[in-house]
Ligand binder design. Sequence first.
Ligand code: SAM
Length: 268
Amino acid sequence: MAVRFDVITLFPELFGPFQHVGVTRRAFEQRLVDVHLWPLREHAEGAYRRVDDRPFGGGPGMVMLVEPLARCLAAIRAEQAASGAPRLPVLLFSPAGRPLTQSRVAELAQSPGCVLLCGRYEGIDQRFIDAHVDEEVSLGDYVLSGGELPALTLMDAVARLQPGVLHDAASHEQDSFSNGLLDCPHYSRPEVLRLAARDAAASGDAGETVEMPVPPVLLSGHHAEIARWRREQQLALTARRRPELIEAARARGELSRKDEDFLRGLTL
Ligand code: SAM
């Protein structure tokens, strides 16, 4: 079943090339992720097609008006009904929303989809939010100029989870956050990298060469040992950089006795 996104935006041109590059291209071109763009200005009235106005109470900036948004959402609802799509929830991008997580992305990837509302200016008239928005999502504690990059981010994260999009189906299962931990480091050819010391962020005399070998276990062919090494690398990196993720994995009962022994011996 395709995941459908109806995107309300003032800048539909930002979405074009994104759907035709990289590993996610297949998801968009085969409509595993079905994107419908709704240019908000087409739902504004008057010669100037205004979508914003000054805030009541004064202050800087402009506010997105309820009426064009409401007309646009009504048009989306009508089109969803006509094409037999279910009534999809409305998700607004906002710094005040709940931070986006991989588990929320995984839920959305299994869902019929949603309406993505991209804010601009100071934001959206609160009455539209109160009346129509089901969920507010933040990308993090910083302020962007609009919700388009968050919408692209969300759709990318959902697209790469669609079956057949990544060449190796196990690939996203190894990604950061899929098992609650950060990903392990990755290595490829050459087996030994030789660098001039001055290029290797290492101390050494001018002209000296530094050798950077791949961790030997990765060349051993022992699948169980490689899997254990990767797990330990994940645990170590997560414990050092995101200890709260270790606590959460522990609380979910996802750390084995071997994991706990390894963590106890770890110097942070
Ligand atoms: N006045 C708003 C505030 O301080 O919270 C910021 C408005 S911002 C300039 C315009 C739009 O960008 C927002 O309505 C929202 O859709 C989007 N946006 C900005 N930062 C975001 C973030 N961290 N996460 C999600 N959306 C964001």
